[in-house]
Design a protein around this ligand. Structure first.
Ligand SMILES: [Ca+2]
Ligand SMILES: [Ca+2]
Length: 154
C-alpha cells in the first residue's frame, strides 16, 4: 500500500513539474517588464525570479554591488540574466573584468523571437548559456552562481 501511495505522490510531482513548465513562457515577458532598457539585469533565481539588479555601464566588482530588492551583494549569486544594455556584454567568472572564463550575451529588446540568431537572455544559467564563451567556459557549461564582473561593448 505504501508503495502504491509513493507512486501516486511521484505522479503528482510530475504533474506539478509539468504545470511549472507551462509557466516558463510568460517568464520571458516578465524579464522585459522587470529589466529597464539600457541595463544588464541579473536575478538570484531561475526564470527571472527572486533578488534582482539592473546595472548600467561596466562593473568590475560584483562583491561591491547590492541587489535592488534583497540584502547582500550579487557576487556568485545569479541564476538568470537578460541584457537590455546598449551593447553586447561580456560577463566573467572572476572579479576585476579582465581575466578568466567569460560568456557574451548580445543586447536586445523583446524576447528571443525578436532577436533571431543571438542570445540576449537566459532563464537558467545552470545548463549553460550565452552567445559565445571562452577563457575556460563553453556555452554549455553551468554558469549559475558564478558571475563576478562584466564589461559592455565587446
Ligand atoms: Ca541556459
Ligand atoms: Ca565568480
Amino acid at each position: 500500500m505504501k508503495r502504491v501511495l509513493g507512486a501516486a505522490v511521484a505522479l503528482l510531482a510530475v504533474g506539478g513539474a509539468c504545470a511549472c513548465a507551462g509557466v516558463l513562457g510568460p517568464a520571458t515577458a516578465s524579464a522585459n517588464t522587470e529589466c529597464q532598457d539600457g541595463k544588464l539585469c541579473l536575478w538570484g533565481q531561475t526564470d527571472y525570479e527572486g533578488c534582482k539588479v539592473g546595472m548600467q555601464g561596466d562593473e568590475a566588482y560584483y562583491n561591491a554591488v547590492g541587489w535592488n530588492n534583497c540584502a547582500g551583494d550579487i557576487e556568485d549569486k545569479a541564476e538568470s540574466v537578460k541584457n537590455r544594455g546598449n551593447c553586447n556584454v561580456r560577463i566573467r567568472k572572476n572579479l576585476g573584468i579582465n581575466t578568466g572564463p567569460y560568456v557574451v550575451f548580445a543586447r536586445g529588446f523583446g524576447g528571443p523571437d525578436n532577436n533571431p540568431g543571438v542570445t540576449i537572455q537566459d532563464p537558467n544559467l545552470g545548463n549553460g548559456g550565452g552567445n559565445n564563451a571562452g577563457g575556460g567556459w563553453s556555452t554549455s557549461d553551468s554558469m549559475a552562481n558564478e558571475f563576478s564582473s562584466h564589461d559592455f561593448c565587446v
